[in-house]
Structures are given as C-alpha cells and as structure tokens.
Design a protein around this ligand. Structure first.
Ligand SMILES: [Mn+2]
Length: 249
C-alpha cells in the first residue's frame, strides 16, 4: 500500500534543460517533501548510460549527481521514494538506488492507491502498435544485452545512446500519433491480469484521466505529464490525492 503518494514521470532531466532541473529540485524540496511517498514512473533522466555516470565529468553527470543527492535528502527527511524504469533510464541500477535512497520497482506493479488496486507502469509496454519499438524494448531489457552494453566504455555508451535518440526522434515524426499512444486493448488486458481497476502511467506525454468500462466495472487510467520548463509552453505536474480524489496539478 502506498501512503499519501505523489506520482511523477518523464522529467527527462539533463544539462540541456536547466529550468526543468531547477523545477524538479524545487519539487523534491517542496511538494514531494509534503507527502509520505514519492513514486517516479520512469524517464526521470533524459538518458542513463550506466551508474558510473555518477563518477564522470560531463554536465549530464553533474545533473545525475545533483538529482541523486536531492532525492537522498528527501529520503533522509522520511519520504519513501520508489522508481519504475523508463525506456530512457532503463539502466538505472543498484548504485544509483543506493546513492539516491530510491527503491526500484518492477514494471508493471500493483499497489493500493487510496484503497484501490492500481497498476503502475512507465507505459511504453502498452504501445503495442509500434512493433519496431517493442522489438527494441525487448532487447534493451534483456539482461545479457544490458551486461554487454555496460561493459563498453562510458563515452562509447553515451555516443550509441545519442545515435539511438536521434533515430527515435526521426521515427516519431514519421509515425502516426495513435501508433505512439497506448493500445486500449493492451491496457484492458494488463489491468484484468493484475486485478486492478485503476492505472497510472507516463511515457506518452498525453496527460489526462480516462474512464472506461472493464468487465462491467468502471476503470480509470491516469496519464502523467512530461516536464519541460525550457520550451514554451512550459509543461509538467504531478498526481496526488487532494481532498480524497486523485488530481493532476
Ligand atoms: Mn518514456
């Protein structure tokens, strides 16, 4: 059971977005500190080349250390922090977890939120119409692939991730919007399998609340916003129980 949680995802923190980083740090010290639990549903970082980023010297590595330290301060104040990997930071590992005081959760996972069994996920697993992406996702989550990748030098990993990001940006412009959104049938099946009537995920950058019938009951799916304070219009926000109801703000 999650006690008084606040949910965020898709902050995409990196040195290139200093205002977004500042907003995230203010959120950790402010809003998040007012909750018993912070739940991060993936893509906290724009990319994560491996936990040895915490020892390295590029501006993005400074961001990694700054964020880990801010989360550690929050954890030390008594806020329980849990994190589900996103597609961009799937390599966040035990050393980051230790440094930041974060508990790593599997994707998906069921937790009670406000007394309702709730499926928590990054969300990319349900974008099943994008078959090329799903193939890539399987590879990126294969432990043998990850081990081989992490055995490469850090600079090489960073370069490979840069290439993959550029390629995926091009792909996104080519694909129709509905292909990049979750598939309703995949969501319904996952909620049914999990015995959940509520779901919270990120990834699609299409924040909102979707109510729909599921096996004769009303089910609700919340989608978290992505964060970007460095382009107009600024985006971001979190989901928490306010006056007894889940609210995006
Ligand atoms: Mn994502």
């Amino acid at each position: 059971m999650l006690r008084d949680p606040v949910f965020i995802s898709d902050l995409h923190l990196c040195a290139q977005r200093p205002r977004t980083l500042a907003r995230a740090l203010a959120f950790f010290d402010g809003t998040a500190a007012g909750h018993a639990e912070l739940v991060i549903l993936g893509d906290l970082f724009e990319y994560w080349p491996g936990d040895d980023s915490l020892d390295a010297q590029t501006p993005d590595d400074d961001v990694a250390r700054t964020v880990a330290a801010a989360l550690r301060r929050l954890a030390d104040r008594g806020v329980a922090i849990s994190l589900i990997h996103g597609n961009r930071d799937v390599l966040l590992g035990p050393r980051f977890a230790e440094a930041s005081g974060v508990r790593l959760l599997p994707d998906p996972v069921v937790e009670q939120v406000g007394g309702v069994p709730t499926l928590l996920s990054h969300g990319d697993a349900y974008c099943t119409r994008d078959t090329a992406y799903q193939q890539f996702r399987l590879q990126a989550r294969d432990p043998r692939f990850q081990a081989a990748f992490l055995a490469r030098p850090l600079a090489e990993r960073r370069a490979l991730i840069g290439q993959a990001r550029a390629q995926s940006e091009q792909e996104k412009q080519r694909l129709a919007a509905e292909i990049m959104d979750v598939t309703p049938e995949a969501i319904a099946q996952a909620m049914r399998d999990a015995g959940a009537t509520q779901m919270i995920h990120g990834h699609t950058h299409l924040p909102g609340r979707h109510a729909f019938p599921l096996d004769g009951r009303e089910a609700v799916r919340w989608v978290l916003p992505d964060w970007d304070e460095d382009t107009e219009p600024a985006r971001g926000g979190s989901l928490a129980v306010v006056d007894g109801v889940l609210t995006l703000r």
